[in-house]
Design a protein around this ligand. Structure first.
Ligand code: GLV
Length: 307
């Protein structure tokens, strides 16, 4: 039996599962249910301890792409598979969000915004796509799609990932030396890495300082990967040109955060790539059917690497 936990939306999600897969028994938390009958849980932000109550749990499906919080849980036994969404309509959204960051820089939106606030009408030299160097961190289902789309659109794209990758039109790098090389020649840095032990704090002061003068940072992954204080210092010193931030170490971003009112920062409330219920449910159902027929599921997380 599948148990669905999605906070206040649990009942709505259960109805979606029931309509896409009426043959799969499904309950919504906190429906009364025999805990021993629950073998699958599909969830987003489940409360601490939830998993411990189900002795026959076989897999937990995250209704999102990032599983950092689930990997860190102590109530998820080692034999229980953790499965994340792979793309499920999020890559297309991530491409749009990255384009937004790229255009903020290429079309000098933050410079013009500063001029606007002074009622200044001054044309700045245009920047062509081919002169715009974009560095994409993370080349998985989302980062890979972003890098490919931007390269196809005519930008100069670099990509960096833990494992070596190959993407048409993208210069793919890996390892620490690859990151240094990429940062030194990136006008728009787009972070789409999963948050893991290896990437937490990656965008620290020394890495951010390696970006060329005027670069813009897009963080669409997790807030714990970016040193916000260092970012503010580098923006205030004029070294960095701007930031487009969707994710923060604390969410919601506290009202007294200096990030909110900074003139070179654009903030969105963790909406870069939202879970789309239709494709998400379809992907979980597909995995459940694979599991029933003994096949491998897609999106199984390697809990030792954290994604
Ligand atoms: C959103 O941040 C997700 O991980 O899906």
């Amino acid at each position: 039996m599948l148990l669905v936990y999605a906070g206040d939306e649990s009942v709505t999600w259960r109805a979606l599962f029931a309509s896409q897969a009426p043959d799969i028994a499904c309950v919504a938390w906190p429906d009364a249910v025999d805990p021993a009958a629950v073998t699958w849980i599909a969830c987003w932000n489940p409360p601490e301890g939830l998993f411990a109550g189900f002795p026959n749990l076989r897999a937990v499906f995250a209704l999102g792409a990032g599983v950092d919080r689930l990997v860190a849980r102590t109530d998820l036994a080692a034999h229980v598979e953790l499965v994340r969404l792979v793309d499920a309509g999020m890559a297309a959204q991530m491409i749009e969000y990255a384009q937004l960051g790229v255009l903020l820089w290429q079309r000098r939106c933050l410079d013009y915004r500063a001029q606007q606030l002074q009622a200044v009408w001054r044309k700045l030299p245009p920047i062509a796509r081919g002169e715009t160097r974009v560095g994409v961190l993370g080349l998985g289902a989302m980062g890979g799609a972003v890098a490919a789309a931007l390269a196809q659109a005519g930008y100069r794209v670099w990509g960096w990932s833990r494992r070596a990758r190959q993407i048409d039109g993208v210069r793919c790098l890996h390892e620490a030396s690859g990151l240094t090389e990429l940062l030194g020649e990136t006008d728009v840095l787009v972070n789409i890495l999963p948050s893991t032990m290896a990437t937490r704090g990656l965008l620290d002061r020394s890495h951010l300082a390696q970006l060329p003068a005027g670069a813009l940072v897009v963080n669409a992954a997790r807030g714990d990967q970016l040193d916000a204080a260092a970012l503010l210092d580098l923006l205030d010193s004029g070294h960095l040109g701007g930031a487009l931030l969707d994710v923060f170490a604390t969410e919601p971003l506290p009202t007294d955060s200096p990030l909110w009112l900074h003139p070179r920062i654009v903030i969105t409330p963790h909406v870069a790539a939202s879970t789309l219920s239709g494709p998400a449910v379809a992907q979980v159902v597909d995995n459940l059917r694979r599991a029933h027929s003994g096949g491998p599921m897609s999106g199984v997380v390697d809990r030792s690497t954290g994604y």
